[in-house]
Design a protein around this ligand. Sequence first.
Ligand code: HEM
Length: 458
Amino acid sequence: MSAADLQRPPEALFTPAASPPLTEPVGLMTTAKLMRDNPMAILPAPLFRETLLTGPYLGRSVHELAGPAEMKSVMQDNFEAWRKSPLIMRMLKPILGDAILTAHGESWRRQRMTLQPAFLKRRMDRFAPLMADAAEAVVETLGDADGPVEVHSVMNDTTFAVIERALFSDVEGFDRGEVRGAIEVLLEEIGRVRYSDLVPFPEWAPRLMSPGALKARSVFRRAADGQIRRRRAMDDPGDDLLGLLLKVRDEETGRGLSDIDIRDTLMTFVAAGHETTAIALTWALYLVANDPDCQTALRAEADAVFGTGAPGAEEAARLVLHRQVIEEALRLFPPAPILGRRALADCEICGRPVKKGDVALLAFYALHRHETLWDHPEKFDPGRWSQGRRPTDRYRFMAFGGGPRACIGAQFAMMEAAIVLSTILSRLSVKPAHGEVTPVMQVTLRPQGGMPLIFTAR
Ligand code: HEM
């Protein structure tokens, strides 16, 4: 079966798991509980039919957005009137510092301009072989398993290995196991919303870190500082991401990044670029496990593009159907399903007045499953991403965000996902194990309780 044959009628398509919307108004305490346990549960049913809903919350207005024009207004047209939500800032800053993901204003602009060249496609392409190595290792893990495998944790290991090797290709004097352990503790600390986080403290009010997280932060910082010092002492700091961070210069001022900027950027790349890609792969595997025809078509594409070899950067670009499947997985299960912003000044969203201090919730999950924007939005239909059918308005698909602060690592992530998915499916068949699958938002949109799938050799 070819990619073209994957244009199928809606009744032939798989209906994947969905997060049930909120069907009746709830009080403040319930909202706080839902926000802590699973913010997906606060998305109201009408948001899947309307594009902007406004309601009161603790003396302010909350605007819930689910339309392309509304997304563009906040992310592009008025992006300077909005700041990332204080809740996210207070959770991330103790660990990520003032690096690109958490910085604002001039500090962010300078870092974005400086880092952008490091993410040029030709620079990213050189990471394809290490992605292929990680894919090879994961095929062995999955193929050797006796019975169902919990795929989310396996994908996490895989994408962690990729980002870690892309950052530090050579790690003399660096204990990979110890650093990985520390990073896990830090990501866990970022990921756990506490009730105290929901009190609208100002952004500068410090968030107390657990003793374990403080220790993990010093383990990570010591290891990163050691590598930065070692590389600075070399004539050529290398071509991995750390080497690129040491070489990049601001075009206007000629200034490079400070050691602290580099250390916080390294941690930021791990935090932003590892679990997100793992989640995309987890949902993509779940979707194809439930769609044998799609699996057959993917296998045929992999055979035609790289046969029994390993996919490189050039092959990853030609894996058109794999990319469509990944985009469809990102549509149905965007790893960052809701983003929060706080208005810095009075402004408006598509004619709706906004007061300084108001909150915008950019509900990508609702946008991606919006009844007015997509045909059969609840169905897994990779064919909707083919040349003639894919949406032309880029604000309909926001898995990588949008506007000046859109994801800097999108190309890296798409190449990695295409290489890992194609390598797995070219060698193994996958089918669902058992049980209900429920998406919940715990930092990213994860399958509650994991994702058990069964793999067998082709
Ligand atoms: C499928 C995988 C990925 C998804 C779904 C994803 C999603 C996103 C989203 C939605 C944003 C915007 C956040 C906001 O505006 O508040 C973002 C920003 C960012 N992402 Fe990704 N990301 C992925 C992979 C990566 C990778 C692999 C890297 C790095 C190697 C990365 C690095 C970043 C950085 C540094 C930012 C901040 C950009 C800025 O503020 O200028 N991401 N990502």
